[in-house]
Design a protein around this ligand. Structure first.
Ligand code: PEP
Ligand code: MN
Length: 263
C-alpha cells in the first residue's frame, strides 16, 4: 500500500490549511517537551511569527533514563490545545502506547510515532483505526524496507494518512547524536507515494548542524522539516543542545522557504 507501484501519484496529507506533500515545505517547530503553560505559549507565538506551519511538543516523552523528565501527560496536551486555539497552529505530538491513543487523538492534529516505537506493531495497527494523520519516524536502526513495512501496518488497518519522517540512524559516528540519512528522502520518493519529512534536530543532536541539514533536506526533496525550538536551550528539560532559539529558527525558516522557491 505504501509503494509507488500500488499508487503512482504523490499522496498528500491535509492538516488544517497545510497540505503536506503538495510541493511546499511544511515547517513544524516547537520544543522537545511541553515544560509548562507560559513557556510553551511563548514558544508557540515565537515559531508562529517565524513562519512555522505547525507546532510540536511532547507530552509523553520516551526518555532513555526512567529518572529523566517523562512529560506532563494530559496536562501537556491541554497546554498544546490552548496554544492551538491562540495561534491557530495545528499540533503534532507523540503517542507512546495503545492505551493513550484515544486521549492523544482528542487533542492532536497529527499523532507522532517516535523512533523507539516504529516497530511497535500493535500500536501501529491501532493507529490505523484512527482518523488522524500519523507522523511515522524512522527507527534508529531501521532499514528503509522495515520502515515502509511499519507504514504498511498503519495503512493496512485503514488509515491512509501517513507521513514518513527521517530522524537519523545510529552509526559508529559519535560526533553527531545520529547520522541523518538524507539519501532516504529521494529513495523514499522513488519507492513510495507517501509524504516525507526530515527532523534535523534529532538527526544531528547539534544546533549548529540544524540549518545546513535543513537546507540539504530541501535540496533532497523533503516535503517538510521538523525543528526543535526553545527560548532558553541551556535550561531546556530535554534536548537543549539541539534546540534553536526562536531568532535562529526564524532565520532558518526564511532560508528554507527561499531555497524551496529556487528549486
Ligand atoms: C521527538 O521528536 O520528540 C522524539 C523523541 O524523536 P525521536 O522519536 O525521533 O527520537
Ligand atoms: Mn527531542
Amino acid at each position: 500500500l505504501a509503494s509507488r507501484d500500488f499508487k503512482h501519484e504523490n499522496s498528500t496529507v491535509q492538516v488544517g490549511n497545510c497540505v503536506i506533500g503538495d510541493d511546499q515545505i511544511t515547517i513544524v517547530a516547537g520544543p522537545c517537551a511541553v515544560e509548562g503553560r507560559e513557556i510553551f505559549l511563548e514558544t508557540a507565538w515565537a515559531v508562529k511569527k517565524a513562519g512555522a506551519d505547525m507546532l510540536r511538543g511532547g507530552a509523553f516523552k520516551p526518555r532513555t533514563s526512567p529518572y529523566s523528565f517523562q512529560g506532563l501527560g494530559e496536562k501537556g496536551l491541554k497546554i498544546m490545545a490552548e496554544a492551538r486555539e491562540l495561534t491557530g497552529l495545528p499540533i503534532v505530538t507523540e503517542v507512546m502506547d495503545q492505551k493513550s491513543i484515544a486521549m492523544v487523538a482528542e487533542y492532536a492534529d497529527v499523532i507522532q510515532v517516535g523512533a523507539r516505537n516504529m516497530q511497535n506493531f500493535f500500536l501501529l495497527r491501532e493507529l490505523g483505526k484512527v482518523n488522524k494523520p500519523i507522523l511515522l519516524k524512522r527507527g534508529m536502526s531501521a532499514t528503509i524496507e522495515e520502515w515502509l513495512m511499519a507504514a504498511e501496518y498503519i495503512l493496512g488497518s485503514g488509515n491512509p494518512q501517513v507521513i514518513l519522517c527521517e530522524r537519523g540512524i545510529r552509526t559508529f559516528e559519535t560526533y553527531t547524536r545520529n547520522t541523518l540519512d538524507l539519501s532516504a528522502v529521494p529513495l523514499l520518493k522513488h519507492l513510495s507515494h507517501l509524504p516525507v519529512m526530515v527532523d534535523p534536530s534529532h538527526g544531528t543532536g547539534k544546533r549548529d548542524l540544524v540549518e545546513p541539514m535543513s537546507m540539504a533536506a530541501v535540496a533532497c526533496g523533503t516535503d517538510g522539516i521538523m525543528v526543535e525550538v526553545h527560548p532558553d536551550p541551556a535550561n531546556a528539560w530535554s534536548d537543549g543542545p539541539q534546540s534553536l532559539i526562536p531568532d535562529d529558527f526564524s532565520k532558518l525558516a526564511q532560508k528554507v522557504r527561499h531555497l524551496k522557491g529556487i528549486y
